[in-house]
Design a protein around this ligand. Structure first.
Ligand code: BG6
Ligand code: MG
Length: 217
C-alpha cells in the first residue's frame, strides 16, 4: 500500500454511493400529502443522514401534526413499504459517477473498505447495485443503537476492520455524518457543498474524476 493511503475507508451509503434521497422524498411526500400537508424538497434536506423515526418526527413537525406512538409506527412502516417499492427496482446504473472506479482502486491497493449507514435498507441497496463484493464490513441501521451524529456506526466499522479510528477516512454527505466522523476521530471527506459540510476536513462535489492518488494527503 502507498504510504499516504489510509488503512481503511468508511463510506456512507445514501447520497455518497447512490442517490436515494429522491426516493426517500417521494415516499415522505406521499405520506405528508395523505396527512394533509405539503412536503418540499427543501424540507427533505433536513432528513439527510437522520434515522427513519427521527425523519418522521421532522416530517410531522413540518406539517404541525401530532400522532400517537402507534400511529407513528404505522406511518413509518407505510413510508418504508413505499420506499422499498422504489429501491427494489434499483440497478447498478444508479451508482453515482466515479464511485465504482474509486472502490476498485482502493481494493487493488489493499485499503480496507467498510460501509457505515443509518439505513436499515442497506443490504437491499447493496445487492440491487451489485456492490456487495467491495465491502469487507457493512455496518447499518440494523446494527447500531445510536444514530449519527453519534460516532457509533463509524467506530463499529473501524473495530470490525481491526483498524484504529485515526487510520480511517470517512466519506459523508450529511452534516450529522460529518459530526459523527469528527467525534470518531477520523479524517472526513464531505461529499457535496462546503457551506453545509463546514466541519469536514475536505469537501468534494462527488467521485467523478477523483482518484485515491489525488485525494489522500
Ligand atoms: C440515511 C438517509 O442514510 O438513512 C436518511 O440519509 C434515512 O434520509 C436513513 O432516513 C434511514 O433509512 P431507512 O432506509 O432505514 O429508512
Ligand atoms: Mg448520506
Amino acid at each position: 500500500m502507498k504510504s499516504n493511503y489510509p488503512l481503511a475507508c468508511i463510506f456512507d451509503l445514501d447520497g455518497v454511493i447512490v442517490d436515494t434521497a429522491k426516493y426517500h422524498f417521494l415516499a415522505w411526500r406521499a405520506l405528508a400529502n395523505e396527512l394533509g400537508f405539503e412536503f418540499t424538497e427543501e424540507d427533505n434536506e433536513r432528513l439527510k443522514g437522520v434515522s427513519r423515526m427521527r425523519s418522521l418526527d421532522i416530517m410531522l413537525e413540518v406539517g404541525n401534526v401530532t400522532l400517537s406512538e402507534d400511529e407513528k409506527i404505522r406511518v413509518a412502516d407505510k413510508k418504508n413499504n413505499l420506499y422499498v417499492s422504489y429501491i427494489e427496482k434499483m440497478t447498478p446504473d444508479e451508482i453515482l459517477p466515479g464511485v465504482e472506479d474509486f472502490l476498485k482502486t482502493l481494493k487493488e491497493s489493499d485499503v480496507k473498505i467498510a460501509l457505515g449507514s443509518a439505513s436499515k435498507n442497506t443490504p437491499l441497496i447493496l445487492s440491487r447495485t451489485g456492490l456487495v463484493p467491495y465491502f469487507d464490513v457493512v455496518v447499518d441501521g440494523n446494527m447500531v443503537e445510536k444514530a449519527k451524529p453519534d460516532p457509533e456506526v463509524f467506530l463499529m466499522g473501524a473495530k470490525l476492520l481491526n483498524v484504529p479510528p485515526s487510520s480511517c477516512y470517512v466519506f459523508e454527505d450529511a452534516a450529522a455524518g460529518v459530526e459523527a466522523a469528527n467525534r470518531a476521530g477520523m479524517y472526513c471527506v464531505g461529499i457535496g457543498s462546503p457551506e453545509i459540510l463546514k466541519q469536514a476536513n475536505k469537501v468534494i462535489a462527488g467521485f467523478d474524476g477523483i482518484t485515491p492518488d489525488k485525494l489522500f494527503i
